[in-house]
Design a protein around this ligand. Structure first.
Ligand SMILES: [Zn+2]
Length: 250
């Protein structure tokens, strides 16, 4: 539930026309936007505007955060919750953006290009965001990855399980996720055909890596790991609009 002040602010935002140049940024960077039917486009644009207005945007190390940067980052974030609703991001207040490839080593010494903190801040490298969007068919997308961590954390822990829609969903989710996580660690051929090896780090990374693949190469995931595809589809609420765009991972 949102309070009356926020509802009023959202109503005010929704009365302004969506800027034409923002449509250009979305068309350029999001194949899914180009493929959406009009009613979904309207919903997507509306949620993007609200998402932008309700976040603190924090430039780091001389980064300039202009409308283009905000629209593209919001475009990635909203893509994940297009059917879930913006309340999944309620506890995420801040987005920090670096102008260079912000990277540091995680506990296993692997390079990572963004961060999602438990206290509601996402840290992104702008070049890594653009790089992730440049190829919509490789199953790798930094922004989708980091925002998936936010959905995961929404239930209070980074454990690879977001709030699912009903109690009955948790059993199949846990079973399918754990099985493919273990198989990825062992180098299973179906898993490696779809997922980055980084997903074998822990269950939270597995969920974020699986999210990247679900949105970029859904038909590949469905072919290789139909059960994983089904639980992801049930959570995210339907086929991504890129379905069929990427018949194989490029
Ligand atoms: Zn991660």
């Amino acid at each position: 539930m949102i309070g009356p002040i926020r509802r009023f602010r959202r109503w005010k935002i929704s009365r302004r026309p969506f800027p034409q140049e923002w449509r250009g940024y979305l068309s350029e960077h999001f194949a899914c936007y180009r493929m959406m039917p009009p009613e979904w486009r309207n919903r997507y644009e509306h949620m993007i505007r609200i998402f932008i207005a309700e976040r603190h945007w924090i430039p780091a190390a001389g980064m300039v955060i202009d409308d283009r940067v905000k629209v593209i980052i919001a475009g990635a974030a909203v893509r994940l919750v297009l059917r879930l609703g913006l309340e999944y991001y309620d506890r995420m207040r801040e987005i920090v953006v670096y102008p260079y490839v912000y990277k540091h080593k995680d506990e296993r010494g692997m390079m990572i290009f963004g961060e999602a903190h438990p206290w509601g801040t996402v840290v992104l490298s702008w070049p890594a965001v653009l790089h992730g969007l440049a190829n919509p068919c490789d199953g790798e997308n930094t922004a989708l990855h980091e925002f998936a961590h936010i959905l995961d954390r929404d239930d209070g822990a980074f454990n690879g399980t977001p709030f699912l829609h009903s109690r009955e969903d948790y059993g199949p989710w846990a079973e399918v996720m754990a099985r493919h996580f273990e198989l990825l660690k062992l180098g299973g051929p179906e898993e490696l055909a779809v997922l980055r090896m980084y997903g074998a780090t822990n269950p939270a990374e597995f969920f974020s890596v699986a999210t990247e693949a679900f949105f970029e190469i859904p038909s590949v995931m469905q072919g290789q790991m139909p059960e994983l595809y089904e639980v992801m589809k049930k959570f995210y609420g339907g086929d991504p609009f890129t379905y069929g765009l990427c018949p194989r991972r490029l």
